[in-house]
Design a protein around this ligand. Structure first.
Ligand code: GLY
Ligand code: MN
Ligand code: MN
Length: 535
């Protein structure tokens, strides 16, 4: 074994000296020009003389020598296309001189390391950042910040994200930990700074005589969720002040902060909310692959199969098309398991003739789909399942019909919720006007690099891609006729908002009762795939 390692080592060194590594990323993913363009767009949103600092995600240990598969921070990926840990991106609002060179951004990355690369795969290194990802300046992470000639205190604003979460201590994460420590020292990062209080300060700062009352009402709603917030003397004085004038006096006491951990999220939300044509190509692919998964499972699903087996069929199809990842853990819930909104155990065996709720999404070049179908394992819905399914379907149709620029997320949610509330009352599951927990989640979210993607969540705009996913879940033991128990239905589609309407990107997967039952009558290629029995 040691001998083998020696040979490999020699071969590897030889390979190193013979040829440089070529870029390992996907040829059909976003281009380095695209990522560079996004950095230019960010610069336009940044205040004058500011700097934005992005740390890529740490590596997370799964157990002992095994780490979780690395996933870059999605803001970091959006701006760079880079997929390696121990990296920091610094974007300046204006070009400035760093060590005698004019520069508008810097990226700090881990070094090339033949031994590490033999075990864990290629690294781009400083050279690769320039040749493959189009950066004009790249430095080793050991040169971070002051060593590179940057003085963060020269800027009027330092924009970053909350660094309160501890980074898992490991030799792998050491360069990142050192960079975070140096950043915290250089910016006098306070011990107690957290995202909630930063957001609250920002809300107070942006209030005026007319709006301060609304801000107080909003803070009151937050206060039960974040009780610590009220411990902050400035926040409590603002909330307890008995006139708008007094509130403005409290507002003046908020210290001017150079370090800003709440604005960068808003800026990234503005950028990431509306997808460019290139991103829509990625999303369409992710969604269409996920829809094919649903179609194939409709053909393959049979009484007696297991949730895990069904999960495997979806995920095999994603891989067959070359999707690199799942956007989130697959949810495959038979019968009552469908009532657990993010059910990921998927360990029920012998699926009986109940409904099966399947919420899965392929990740294609970083972009994730989020598609749900609910099907009857037997191939046919019974009367109660039909009644519930039809309500969810009508709620979703109402949302889709409203989807065009200018519509709010609330409009879509309200339209579907009314159909579901009225319908449940008509079926006798609730009393008219009664509150209930049978539709306990929101109807929509953006999708993109994250399954719950960044966005402003104000109104729909051309180029937005979002989900419409009403659902009804009636767990065993609910306060209604037992004939409804264990019925769980969610229908989730990924909708692209166009200039004057929308396109359902996941529309290839049947949604109506008739279309699902028809698809389920088709044979599956899996029937011919017989594996040997194993005891
Ligand atoms: N798959 C998670 C969600 O639908 O939001
Ligand atoms: Mn969703
Ligand atoms: Mn989903």
């Amino acid at each position: 074994m040691i001998y083998m390692k020696k040979i490999l080592w020699t071969l590897l060194l030889l390979a190193f000296s013979l040829s440089a590594f070529s870029q390992s990323y996907f040829e059909d993913g976003l281009t380095s020009e695209w990522h560079r363009g996004r950095r230019d767009e960010l610069r336009k949103l940044m205040p004058a003389n500011s700097v934005a600092v992005f740390f890529n995600n740490p590596v997370k240990n799964r157990t002992n020598d095994v780490d979780y598969i690395y996933h870059p921070n999605t803001d970091f990926f959006y701006l760079t296309g880079f997929r390696e840990p121990n990296a920091v991106l610094i974007v300046f609002s204006e070009e400035r001189q760093i060590n005698g060179e004019m520069s508008e951004e810097l990226i700090f990355v881990q070094n090339r390391d033949a031994r590490a690369e033999m075990w864990n795969g290629k690294r781009l290194g400083v050279e690769g950042m320039m040749s493959e990802l189009g950066f004009e300046d790249a430095l080793l992470n050991s040169e971070f910040a002051a060593k590179s000639g940057i003085n963060l205190q020269d800027f009027d604003k330092i924009l970053t994200f909350s660094l309160s979460e501890a980074i898992e201590e490991s030799s792998t994460n050491l360069p990142l930990i050192q960079m975070v420590d140096e950043f915290k020292n250089a910016t006098a990062y306070p011990d107690k700074l957290n995202e909630v209080s930063a957001q609250v300060y920002k809300m107070i700062e942006s209030s005026d005589l007319e709006t301060s009352d609304r801000v107080v009402q909003m803070l009151k709603r937050y206060s039960s969720q974040y009780p610590d917030m009220m411990q902050d003397p400035l926040v409590s004085s603002f909330m307890n002040a008995d006139s708008p004038e007094k509130r403005m006096m409290v507002k003046e006491e908020i210290p001017e902060q150079k370090l800003d951990i709440s604005s960068l999220g808003d800026m990234m939300g503005i950028l990431r909310e509306v997808k460019t044509a290139e991103e829509i190509v990625m999303l369409k692919k992710a969604v269409r692959i996920s829809a094919v998964g649903q179609v194939e499972v409709m053909k393959a699903a049979k009484v007696g199969m297991t949730e895990r087996e069904i999960q495997g069929v979806h995920e095999f199809i994603y891989k067959r098309y070359g999707a690199e990842e799942l956007g989130y853990p697959s949810i495959v819930g038979g019968g009552n398991n469908g009532c657990i909104l993010h059910y990921i155990e998927n360990d029920k065996r012998d699926l009986t003739d109940r409904l099966l709720l399947m919420d899965l999404g392929a990740e294609w070049r970083g972009y994730t789909a989020d598609v749900t179908r609910t099907i009857p394992i037997s191939g046919e819905f019974n009367a109660e399942e039909k009644a519930i399914y039809e309500l969810v379907y009508q709620a979703q149709e109402a949302g889709i019909a409203l989807s065009k620029p200018g519509t709010t997320f609330q409009d879509i949610d309200a339209a579907g919720r009314k159909i579901i509330d009225d319908g449940l009352a008509k079926l006798g599951i609730i009393k008219k006007g009664e509150g209930h927990m049978y539709f306990p989640h929101g109807t929509s979210h953006h999708i993109g690099l994250d399954v719950h993607d960044r966005g402003t969540y104000d109104v729909l705009k051309e180029g937005v891609v979002f989900t419409i996913e009403p659902g009804i879940y009636i767990p065993e033991g609910s306060d209604c006729d037992p004939k409804w128990w264990g019925i769980a239905v969610r229908i989730e589609d990924d909708i692209l908002v166009t200039k004057d309407g929308n396109i359902n990107l996941s529309g290839d997967a049947p949604r109506t009762i008739a279309a699902i039952e028809e698809m389920m009558r088709h044979p599956s290629v899996l029937e011919e795939w017989v594996l040997p029995e194993i005891d």
